[in-house]
Design a protein around this ligand. Structure first.
Ligand SMILES: [Zn+2]
Length: 87
């Protein structure tokens, strides 16, 4: 039995829809193989267990809970008219 576990660093961006505050948080995401294809994911922040980014992070500025979390590695490129397949 091999329990594979690895940690990735992810930076999430947050936008408060109440006061417009924008900030980002660095997380360490621990991936641990579970049963079958299931993957257990544990979130850490500064080495301490943390809630998942999408699980209701309050705004540090106004305390609002209407916060939009943006995932990392999400390509925001809208390829419109840019150089693409031209060979
Ligand atoms: Zn706010």
């Amino acid at each position: 039995m091999v329990h594979e576990s690895y940690v990735t660093d992810e930076t999430w961006a947050f936008d408060c829809r109440r006061c417009g505050h924008h900030w980002s948080i660095d997380y360490e995401l621990q991936h641990t193989a579970g049963f079958g294809d299931e993957e257990l994911r544990l979130w850490f922040r500064n080495g301490l267990p943390a809630m998942a980014p999408g699980a209701g992070v309050p705004c540090p500025h106004c305390g609002g809970l209407r916060v939009a979390a943006s995932r990392p590695n999400t390509p925001l490129s809208s390829s419109t008219g840019d150089a693409g397949t031209s060979t």
